[in-house]
Design a protein around this ligand. Structure first.
Ligand code: B1M
Length: 229
């Protein structure tokens, strides 16, 4: 945000446009101000996330793909996105809802992308799930150790690279070998995935975005509760 811009004089639409520009330029402090201004106007945290941060990151992604932006710029954008998400996180988690299930989540081995996974974590916590976030670069063993330790209902795996998404199948095959595949619902997500891939690796479902992840997890928890009853 340049100095002459006074946020309070802008419409909400203009603020969302500015957020996209500032995210693109990796301006974390400006993003923080714009998130706070939006919330102060009564925008819902999910709206700020979707129309400001996620929309901005989509543009970054396109220009990264097209060779207009490079890794250092994308890292700056990711840092700015995380600064905005840090404000939204407690608000999205603030539902006071009773815990409805538990989830182990992490990005797969060889993959360090974590923004989408963090978003899913935030939304799941907000929906009343207890989430154990393993971070990035997870082996099958790390996932399984965490599932057993926390007696998790759901395993969530994230992959953003076409080269790392096949590792999800390795994890599922390892769950099968250990005889615990049926004990846990496996949800997968990440930009290069689709339903056909999820089906091919025998995951329980593909989640297009964080909101779909929450809905899908809730649906499976209802089924699990029904089975247990
Ligand atoms: Co990377 N990168 N990156 N990158 N990066 C992509 C993924 C890429 C598509 C960019 C491009 O070319 N357009 C491309 C992959 C191409 C391919 O595989 N075909 C790519 C590449 C090539 C690379 C490197 C190899 C670049 C290099 O070094 N030459 C390298 C790989 C490093 C590695 O992992 N080993 C690399 C590095 C990086 C940065 C470190 C610079 C940075 C990551 C920072 C971070 O995450 N902390 C980065 C970024 C930011 C991106 C893009 C631009 C944005 C990803 C993102 O955060 N999106 C990305 C372009 C793109 O995806 N269009 C790109 C926003 C986020 C909210 O969306 O992650 O899709 P997303 O998550 C969504 C859904 O997918 C879903 O819900 C989320 C929220 O709605 N979801 C789940 C995700 N996980 C889920 C798990 C679930 C459920 C739903 O579990 C139940």
């Amino acid at each position: 945000m340049s100095e002459e811009i006074i946020l309070s004089e802008l419409s909400q639409e203009e603020i969302y446009e500015l957020m996209k520009e500032d995210l693109y330029d990796g301006l974390a402090n400006e993003i923080v101000e714009e998130v706070n201004e939006s919330l102060g106007r009564g925008q819902q945290p999910y709206e700020v996330l979707t129309y400001g941060l996620v929309a901005g990151m989509e543009i970054v992604g396109n220009d990264f793909r097209d060779g207009i932006l490079f890794v250092p710029e994308v890292l700056m954008a990711a840092k700015a996105m995380k600064a905005g998400m840090a404000i939204l996180r407690p608000l999205l988690a603030e539902t006071g809802a009773e815990k409805i299930g538990s989830m182990v989540i992490g990005t797969v081995k060889g993959d360090i992308h974590d923004i989408g996974k963090n978003l899913v974590t935030m939304m799941m916590e907000g929906a009343g799930f207890e989430v154990f976030d393993l971070g990035i670069n997870n082996s099958a063993e790390a996932y399984i150790e965490a599932i057993e330790k926390h007696d998790a209902d759901i395993l969530g795996m994230s992959a953003l690279l076409t080269t790392t998404m096949p590792y999800m199948k390795v994890v599922i095959d390892t769950l099968k070998e250990k005889g615990i595949r049926k004990d846990v619902v496996v949800l997968v997500g990440g930009a290069p995935l689709n339903e056909a891939f999820a089906e091919a690796i025998e995951a329980d479902a593909y989640c297009r975005d964080a909101a779909v992840a929450v809905e899908t997890a809730k649906k499976f928890m209802q089924i699990r509760r029904g089975v247990k009853a």
